[in-house]
Design a protein around this ligand. Structure first.
Ligand code: SF4
Length: 441
């Protein structure tokens, strides 16, 4: 029985896809191992969204081959396989055996059979993008714990000019609500208390006339599931009814990730984000009118081609106006095969990008700290997730409804329990507190 080791890079969707691959290979008689050194086959499930992930993968390929002296087969999966197909297949110095794109994982056993002498040549590949593949018939090998991830839709039709996802993962397609609910019920029977619905553009979910609001309601009917989260949405897909479901359904967490990317209309148009700063701010106002306590986070890119200092200030103004609870801020980096790479020279100097990212991170740190300090004295319901924190075995870590980390003294609690916790201290990144009540949920 051949042993397979998988290393994963990039986003949560990739982590989820790795579990799909494990499930597909497990069904076909492969044994999974967490020891790279004992594996016959090493799979690198890659990401193409940022340049440093690409570079890491190339150096890992050489490192693995060098360490194993030819006794291992190496496959590249995921976004890099699709986006860099030519470079991966045609570079004679790159010691890999095969590549497979995100829609080809069901065909992995066949690809591996071919490598093992049942037919084709080495450097095999399958990077076909599918209009239909949702893996709805493959239950991923979830690793246990409190939260389970479920991909409810795949692909993206938005073509933001900086992004490779529409090219590496193809067009949008969704699983049926019944199929998603079946998976949620199965996960609930295994003890999961929270599900996070995943999609590249999760709130554009649509299946035979039913939309993301319908899906949230369907999933919330599963009795054992106490919390539902979702990621990553697009600001253009928040109809009033969806906002109402998020605000009013007690199982849907009061937390929305609302990627801004830039605060200036000209830059937003160049990015093809399809909303203006006013529309974005109106959406924030609408969300807060429905649910003042909604926790908001965002993604921002600084130094997009031609972004001027004044245009960057528009992003600063939106950050100051919205006061996000957290933000993921990146410097623009040109990605091969994107519209931006073809049309817009990457002309903002690196030191300017650095100044801008430092400035926004300072603002965000201030906001995160102010927001967290405001929770001191409040009682939050938390779901316990991790028995030891990174710093201490005497602590237990959970998350509140808004997805903030809350740390409590270890006690004799167990993972998956719900507790009421009075917040007593805060940093920009975590809350600390004391248990006031153990909840029966
Ligand atoms: S919405 Fe834009 S950034 Fe998000 S996956 Fe689609 S193209 Fe990429």
């Amino acid at each position: 029985m051949k042993k397979v080791f998988i290393e994963t890079y990039g986003c949560q969707m990739n982590v989820y896809d790795t579990e799909i691959v494990k499930s597909v290979l497990g069904r076909s008689g492969y044994q999974l191992t967490d020891q790279e050194a004992e594996a016959d086959i090493v799979l690198l499930n890659t990401c193409s969204v940022r340049d440093n992930a690409n570079r890491k993968v190339y150096s890992r390929i050489h490192q693995i081959r060098k360490g194993r002296k030819g006794k291992v087969q190496i496959g590249v999966l995921g976004c890099m396989a699709t986006n860099f197909r030519k470079q991966l297949l045609e570079n004679p110095k790159l010691p890999i055996d095969f590549i497979a794109g995100p829609d080809s994982y069901k065909r992995l056993p066949q690809l591996l059979d071919d490598l093992n002498g049942n037919g084709k040549e080495a450097r095999n590949f399958d990077v076909t993008l599918s209009e239909f593949e949702t893996y709805s018939d493959v239950y991923p090998a979830q690793g246990g714990g409190v939260n389970a991830w479920i991909a409810v839709m795949r692909g993206c039709d938005n073509f933001c000019t900086f992004c490779v996802v529409p090219y590496t993962r193809g067009r949008e397609r969704s699983r049926s609500p019944e199929n998603v609910a079946d998976e949620v019920k199965r996960l609930a029977q295994q003890g999961y208390r929270q599900v996070t619905l995943l999609g590249q553009n999760v709130n554009s979910y649509r299946y035979e006339g039913r939309d993301f609001a319908d899906l949230l309601e369907e999933v919330s009917e599963v009795p054992e599931i106490a919390r539902i989260r979702f990621t990553s949405p697009h600001p253009k897909d928040f109809p009033r009814r969806l906002l109402r479901v998020i605000a009013e359904n007690p199982k849907v967490c009061k937390q929305i990730h609302l990627p801004l990317q830039a605060g200036n209309d000209r830059v937003l148009e160049m990015m093809n984000r399809t909303y203006t700063r006013k529309e974005y701010l109106d959406l924030v106002d609408e969300i807060r009118a429905l649910c003042p306590a909604m926790v908001l986070s965002t993604d921002i890119i600084v130094g997009f081609p031609t972004e001027t200092a004044a245009e960057f200030e528009d992003t600063v103004r939106i950050m100051e106006a919205v006061e996000y609870d957290s933000a993921f801020i990146f410097k623009y980096s040109e990605r091969p095969h994107t519209i931006a790479q073809r049309k817009f020279p990457d002309d903002v100097p690196e030191e300017v990008k650095t100044e801008r990212i430092v400035h926004l991170n300072e603002i965000q740190k201030r906001h995160s700290y102010q927001k967290n300090l405001a929770h001191i004295g409040q009682v939050h319901e938390i779901l316990l997730e991790e028995e030891n924190t990174k710093k201490s075995a005497d602590e237990f870590q959970g998350r509140n409804d808004g997805n903030k980390i809350v740390i409590i003294p270890r006690g004799s609690y167990r993972k998956g329990q719900f507790l009421n916790v009075k917040i007593t201290d805060a940093t920009p990144h975590v809350l600390r507190g004391e248990v006031t009540e153990v909840l029966e949920k």
